[in-house]
Each structure stands twice: as structure tokens, then as C-alpha cells.
Design a protein around this ligand. Structure first.
Ligand code: NAD
Length: 342
């Protein structure tokens, strides 16, 4: 089986990350990079990489089978279409495009040319997400009915194109697309209703965070929250099931899973002094009523993104990140922008 020769377009933070990740990979081989910025070109040369002078040079090079687009979001569409039309297979970074209209233009060219177009929704492989997915599927804490997914930073929006609307900046398009992709992939059920609010604490032209509430037709509710001004953080995940709850504090999988023991002969909770009052409702469960279970790593039962790209091209495998799923995520994001504007 021959390796896929790939060129990375956009050798900034994520482009160089891909290059490092792919270095030991035998099936996808980075043969060069293309970037419009001198600084990025210099960095690539220092790393010993071949640097292409122009996009045309990449697209005309018959030894290039695929390109990986890791540029700011507003140029994903033009680069993807140019590459597909030149007969290249394409991996595109998230968010795939600025809106669904742009994505549909890309998908039309992918269909017309028959070339592969895959979006790097890599957080489907995140260990914390895989634990939640396992809980969702194995019923350890009963059917989940509330799923809260948060990421909270304290450093504002990175001082680059992410601060500018024309480049597709803002946190809904940045982190939002990851968290929404995880939730829609997990729950796989139509959204019945939603509510959303953006935050502009930093006074910039794009959202520095948002809160999104989704209610699915199957009754599950999800809260998705992204913040960049949080000096103290809430857990990455808080989920409630009919028979327990789970809290994952961060990407290191610290936290707890609490499972109700459901013993018929349990003593009813006694009132506790709470602040300057008394409560039975808010008393913690007795020791016998629950047990704590350690959070353990769950390995994905599906191959890595790069392996899957290879399998799609060489072995006719189905993509793990499907374009109709990516379209649903972007369509929801479009609706959130419309909702907040109205
Ligand atoms: P960056 O600013 O660090 O790098 C972007 C690079 O693209 C720059 O070097 C810039 O010169 C180059 N560039 C701009 N326009 C170009 C063009 N027309 N042709 C060639 N090169 C061009 O940005 P980044 O953080 O690397 O983000 C790039 C993309 O990767 C974005 O879409 C972002 O959302 C995505 N990203 C994904 C993840 C993830 O986990 N999947 C993480 C970070 C970023």
C-alpha cells in the first residue's frame, strides 16, 4: 500500500501541529508546505520541509495526492475548491467554512469531481469526550437526560485573525464547532428547540464566548458554554443520568462518576443545617445511597483521523467525520447567529 503524499496549506499553529503529528505516520506523508507568510515559510524551511512558492505550484505537482488546509476560516472555501478541481483529495480544518452556503459550494465540487473532502473534527477522539460517549452508550448512570459541556479560558481571544469577523473569528466558530460537533454526533437526534446568548465582555467585534441550550426531540437537554474570561473554571463536563451523575473536570480526566445504589431499605435523608436554614431537599445522598466509580480512559473503537483518511482513499472505508454531519453542525451555527441577531 502506498503512502498518501500530502501538502499542508497554512503552516501556522495547526499546520505545524499536523506536520509534527504526521511525522511518524507511515501512511500519510507530508511532502511540503505552502503558506503566504514569509515567517511561516522560514519556519518550514528551518524544519527541513520543502516550501512551495505558490498554490498553483502545489496544485500542478502530480506527486501531490492530497492537501491539508489549515488557514484562517475565510479562505477554506476557495482553497478547497481549487484543490478539488485540480484533482487533489482534501482534508480541511474546522470550521469547514464560514456558513452552510459556502460548504454547499465545496460539497458540490467534491461531488462533481469525485474527490474526497474530509473535515478535521478531531475532538471526536478526545479522551474526555470518549468517557461521556461510553456513559451515554453503556447506561452506567442510566439514560442521560442533561449534558453540560464547557470550555473556559482566562486569556481572552488569541490576538490573531480570531478577533476579526471577516476571517471567521469568534468563539462560536472556533471552539463552538468542536463542542457542537461532539454533542450532535453523540445524541444523533433532531434538535427541537434552542436558545443562545453571546458574550462581548472584551468589547471586540466577535463573540468572546457564548451559551447555547439545545433540547432534542428525544427529550435530552444540552448546555454548551465557551468562555475566554473565566478566572475560575467549571468542570469540562457535567452530565446527569436517571441513575447517577458524572463530572469530568478537565482534559486530564479528573472528576467523578457517582452511581445510585437504589437499595430499597435506605434510610431517608435527614435534614441538614444549610447556611442559616434547614433543608432535607438539598442534603447530600447518604453513603449507602451512592457509590463513586473512578473515571478510566476509554479507547476509541474507531481508527485515528489520519488512518481513516487513508482507509477512505485506499480501502473504500466510510469516513468517520461525514460531510452531512459537518453540514448539520454548520447549519446549527448559522441558526445561532440568526437567533442572536434577531
Ligand atoms: P494560524 O494563524 O496560526 O495559522 C494560519 C496560517 O495560514 C498562517 O501561517 C497564515 O500565513 C496562513 N495563511 C493565511 N491565508 C493563507 C492562504 N490563502 N494560503 C496559504 N496560507 C495562508 O491559525 P491556526 O491556529 O493554525 O488555525 C488555522 C486553522 O486551523 C483554522 O481554521 C482553525 O480553526 C483550525 N484549528 C483547528 C484546531 C483543531 O484542533 N482542529 C486547532 C487550532 C486551529
Amino acid at each position: 500500500m502506498t503512502a498518501i503524499n500530502i501538502v499542508i496549506i497554512g503552516y501556522g499553529g495547526m499546520g505545524s501541529y499536523h506536520q509534527k503529528e504526521l511525522m511518524p505516520h507511515e501512511l500519510v506523508n507530508v511532502i511540503g508546505v505552502y503558506d503566504i507568510a514569509q515567517k511561516a515559510q522560514d519556519k518550514a524551511r528551518e524544519a527541513g520541509l520543502t516550501v512551495y512558492d505558490s498554490l498553483e505550484q502545489v496544485l500542478k505537482d502530480a506527486s501531490v495526492e492530497a492537501v491539508l488546509i489549515a488557514t484562517p476560516n475565510d479562505v477554506h472555501k476557495a482553497l478547497s475548491i481549487a484543490a478539488l478541481r485540480a484533482g487533489k483529495q482534501v482534508i480541511c480544518e474546522k470550521p469547514v467554512a464560514m456558513n452552510v452556503g459556502e460548504l454547499d459550494d465545496i460539497l458540490a465540487v467534491a461531488a462533481e469531481t469525485g474527490n474526497t473532502f474530509m473535515v478535521h473534527q478531531n475532538r471526536r477522539w478526545d479522551p474526555d469526550f470518549l468517557v461521556i460517549r461510553e456513559l451515554y452508550q453503556n447506561g452506567q448512570i442510566g439514560d442521560l437526560f442533561q449534558i453540560e459541556s464547557r470550555v473556559q479560558g482566562a486569556n481572552g481571544i488569541p490576538g490573531d485573525w480570531r478577533e476579526q469577523a471577516e476571517h471567521g473569528g469568534g468563539m462560536l466558530l472556533d471552539w463552538g464547532v468542536h463542542l457542537i460537533d461532539q454533542i450532535l454526533w453523540l445524541i444523533d437526534n433532531p434538535v427541537k428547540s434552542m436558545a443562545a446568548d453571546f458574550s462581548y465582555v472584551l468589547g471586540q467585534e466577535v463573540d468572546d464566548g457564548f451559551i447555547l441550550y439545545l433540547t432534542f426531540e428525544n427529550g435530552i437537554r444540552s448546555l454548551i458554554e465557551v468562555g475566554t474570561t473565566n478566572y475560575s473554571q467549571l468542570p469540562r463536563w457535567y452530565v446527569k443520568g436517571l441513575n447517577g451523575a458524572a463530572k469530568i473536570d478537565n482534559w486530564d480526566l479528573s472528576g467523578e462518576i457517582v452511581v445510585a445504589t437504589n437499595q430499597a431499605d435506605l434510610v431517608a435523608p435527614a435534614p441538614i443545617k444549610a447556611g442559616v436554614g434547614l433543608t432535607k431537599t438539598m442534603a447530600p445522598p447518604s453513603e449507602e445511597a451512592t457509590k463513586k466509580v473512578a473515571i478510566t480512559e476509554v479507547l476509541p473503537e474507531f481508527p485515528s483521523f489520519y488512518q481513516n483518511f487513508y482507509d477512505v482513499l485506499r480501502n473504500g472505508a466510510a469516513p468517520i467525520v461525514k460531510n452531512d454531519e459537518v453540514r448539520k453542525v454548520l447549519s446549527l451555527i448559522d441558526s445561532v447567529f440568526d437567533l442572536v441577531k434577531s
